[in-house]
Design a protein around this ligand. Sequence first.
Ligand SMILES: Cc1cc2nc3c(=O)[nH]c(=O)nc-3n(C[C@H](O)[C@H](O)[C@H](O)COP(=O)(O)O)c2cc1C
Length: 374
Amino acid sequence: MGIGISAHRLAGTVAKFSAVGTISSVDLRRHHPDLMAQTHRSRDKKLIDSVNLIALDREIKAARTLAGGCGMLAVNVMRAVSEYASSVRQACASGIDAIVVGAGLPLDLPELTAHYPKVALIPILSDVRGIALILKKWMRKNRLPDAIVIENPRYAGGHLGAANPQEVADPHFAFPTVLEGTLELFKQLGLERERIPLIAAGGINNHQEVRELLALGASAVQLGTPFAVTKEGDAHPNFKKVLVEARPEDIVTFISNTGLPARAVRTPWLANYLDKEAKLKGIAKAKPCTMGFECLAQCGWRDGIAKAGQFCIDTQLAFAVNGDIKRGLFFRGSEELPFGNAIRSVQELMQYMLTGQRPTDLKEPSLERYLLPS
Ligand SMILES: Cc1cc2nc3c(=O)[nH]c(=O)nc-3n(C[C@H](O)[C@H](O)[C@H](O)COP(=O)(O)O)c2cc1C
């Protein structure tokens, strides 16, 4: 989770408890004061990109130390970022176990990682059509995904795999539909059911739901928001406070500057932006990148693309990870959190999700959701 929400502390701790801990690759220099000092006012893309690769290497190594030889470590690289290829290469060179790619179709990931055949490749997709496309393209290159994250845009946080905000709740994204459809697709392609583990993500917040997803054919689940608010989450405490205190009516879906729908908490900056969105789109025009390092391959704000969001995402996400409630953009999934507004440890969260056992000092929530949403 970017930027800086899942760095070495969260990912390393998750791996320590034998799961897959994922570091987001984007703009990790923000966790390194010495690297920030080098680039603070710089608009030198080469310099900023190079220190971000140093930060990625440091984060992977620190997470590895924390994990103490347990679990697996992954790096998430968004396909939409301009330094996608160099981040993938750096993660491989730094000894990562898996590369997870969302926010676009990673058609070229097998070639990019060809020198690292032991690195697991895990695309994030949201529907059977996207999964079929990746499978068919990769099979022509003699490569299969080592797992697939199926992320439901109706519930997930951050960027969503739907064409627009109106489409996020479309029934073709429902977990039962995508899991059953994917297993059917495997049959058609002559792939054994066990060959590619399916990992469900988006709004998963209780043990019973994990059981139901496993019964439907998932092999694992991925959690975003519940991990972001753990004690070990790498963001400022204010970031966690905003996420845990958000009420359902505070959580909104809108178009980000990537052109993709995104889900976040309606904090003061986002409310103000959404009020002005139509006007800003009306006057969109190409301009120099606000931060100077052109983090996205295509940016609605920089490139003047009127149908995409009109703001600098790096600026707003950096405010959020640093705990600036007024100015930050706080990505969050739509669902209740497993422990309400309590900030608990990774270990407690994992124990609850895997066994149903809640920390003894936390009361049962009154409105726990025990059924898969339709
Ligand atoms: C704060 C935040 C940042 C995120 N950043 C990324 C990201 O950089 N790349 C990505 O593929 N997914 C990102 N996501 C999505 C999560 O990885 C996850 O798949 C999704 O949020 C699952 O839904 P949940 O939050 O309801 O568990 C982010 C989610 C959150 C809440």
